[in-house]
Ligand binder design. Sequence first.
Ligand code: DX5
Ligand code: ZN
Length: 216
Amino acid sequence: MKIKIAPSILSADFSKLGLELKKIKQAGADLVHVDVMDGHFVPNITIGPVVVKYMRQATTLVLDVHLMIEHPAKYVQAFVDAGSDMVTVHIETVSIKELRVIAKSLKKNKVKLGISLNPATALDKIKPVLGLVDFVLIMSVNPGFGGQAFIPQVVNKIKQLRAIFAKDIAVDGGINQQNAQLVKDAGANILVAGSYIFGAKDVKQAINSLRQERHR
Ligand code: DX5
Ligand code: ZN
């Protein structure tokens, strides 16, 4: 599977979002990951559909919107209208019934649906909905903040999921050059990284280091 790198805009300088988007595009990013937090599902507040709308105008990169919010069904349409290409909701925040409704409306709008699960949430919880989604986003930190340490126990979760799921598997949180090969070997093919990429002196080199095959 092709490895895709998704810089998380949460670690960018928000006073120059347009330039930051240009920078990651030129450096070879495949997607831009947008972390939406509501102060309820996670203990932090970030951005909403307005910012996504202006990001859409500023870049042709695929907009991968990660909703860390309660009641996502209420807000999905606003993020679709803002120009999202992919929308991820958390299994901890939706019923299967709600997810079916979300899946239907995203499909109509040709927007991809992802399901995410926290490190403490068992893989079993998402098994009943795998048929509804286009990809899975495995959290490798507790959602809420950039710059946290990767939780190594999730590697097994990625392996177990890859054994039963043929579509895209993304991993999000604490990804860097040290653990990138580990999660790719486990079966992840989309790597989200915020602080590692935006904190690097050479963003292109940082993106390449996550993508490249590392022989040990
Ligand atoms: C965590 C977010 C992540 C985060 C990634 O709540 O969902 O996308 O911004 O940032 P790093 O790579 O710094 O952990
Ligand atoms: Zn995220």
